[in-house]
Design a protein around this ligand. Structure first.
Ligand code: AHN
Ligand code: ZN
Length: 327
């Protein structure tokens, strides 16, 4: 009886309202953005580092690829492992594995989040030349961005965003030549996995509203500046992300100033597949390389990964994604 009365009250006014042809004000639901856990992201960074250097053609590469695919599947993504043989600057054939995790795969409005998951085979920026042939651990350079994205993926399963999201862990980014290389088009030997994906996307005629690349997003007191290729192709996305960060109180990380021009995975996503994309990358105008002192050295280890930075990036991107509406 009680149920019946309730139905009368609720259903009848709705019907009456629709038939009256008056404009009905839709009440916008307040968006609740799930809390990003930096502890969890940090664990995902640690886990990758524990596999050892994630160098193409190594056993660690295979083990870590399996881990990343399994994680994305556990979090409810549709996962595609995109394998290819790519030629490196030194003639080596790299067995590259891009890992694509699609959330809400049927949604038409999509955002692409990506990060390279390989680590550099040579610490050729190390102050000690004896270390130049040793591999980079890549806690920040590689694992940090993937850690943030895995934590976001975990949240996507708990509370699905309105839009579709594709997370791509791209391989073979960091197998590029250093200054000793004398061949042509040196720049294009970086970001090999992304170049392959951009020419052969995981789905025919794939596109997204925009893309966000995370690269070296775990350093202590990192500063993220407005990278110039991002500015050229996607300045509105820089505005969106940097202003979101600032309103969350992360303005000391996301500095609204001109940064360097960096050859990174987003360049090829902009140029080859036409998805306007930005790069969130630690950059310092006053450092010699533009990057942190331990960049491409044997000291790119967990000691340099800071949960506060992971939190600033992860929380900002959670707000960006959950505030995005379907077109
Ligand atoms: C170059 O060094 C040409 N680009 C920087 C891209 C990179 C390397 N990101 C991480 N490691
Ligand atoms: Zn690197």
């Amino acid at each position: 009886m009680k149920k019946y009365v309730f139905l009368l009250f609720v259903v009848f006014p709705l019907v009456a309202c629709n038939q009256s042809a008056k404009p009905v004000k839709s009440v916008e639901k307040a968006i609740v953005v799930p809390a990003f856990s930096a502890d969890s992201a940090y664990e995902y960074v640690q886990k990758q580092v524990d596999f050892g250097p994630r160098i193409p053609n190594s056993n660690s590469q295979i083990a870590c690829a399996n881990y990343l695919s399994d994680k994305l599947k556990t979090f409810g993504a549709e996962v595609i492992e995109q394998k290819s043989n790519l030629m490196a600057f030194d003639g080596t054939t790299l067995k590259s594995i891009n890992i694509v995790g699609s959330f809400n795969p049927k949604a038409e409005t999509r955002v692409l989040l990506f990060s390279h998951w390989d680590s550099r085979p040579w610490a050729d920026n190390d102050p000690n030349p004896a270390n130049h042939k040793k591999p980079v651990t890549g806690a920040n350079d590689g694992a940090s961005g993937v850690g943030v994205l895995l934590e976001m993926a975990r949240q996507f399963q708990i509370q699905q965003p309105t839009i579709g999201v594709d997370i791509i862990f791209v391989d073979a980014e960091d197998y590029g030549p250093n200054h000793e290389f004398t061949g042509a088009n040196a720049e294009d030997f970086w970001c090999l996995g992304t170049q392959y994906w951009a020419k052969n996307p995981h789905k025919v005629s794939y596109t997204a509203k925009y893309g966000i690349l995370l690269d070296m997003v775990g350093g202590k007191q990192a500063t993220f500046l407005r990278e110039q290729i991002s500015e050229q192709y996607a300045s509105n996305i820089l505005d969106k992300v940097w202003s979101q960060a600032s309103s969350l109180g992360f303005g000391q990380y996301f500095v609204n100033q001109k940064g360097g021009m960096i050859t990174d995975d987003h360049v090829y996503v902009n140029k080859l597949i036409g998805i306007p994309s930005i790069d969130i990358i630690q950059y310092d105008n006053n450092s010699g390389t533009g990057f942190a002192s331990y960049w491409h050295t044997i000291n790119d280890t967990m000691e340099n990964v800071d949960k506060n930075t992971l939190n600033a990036v992860g929380t900002t991107l959670m707000h960006v994604i959950y505030n995005e509406k379907a077109n």
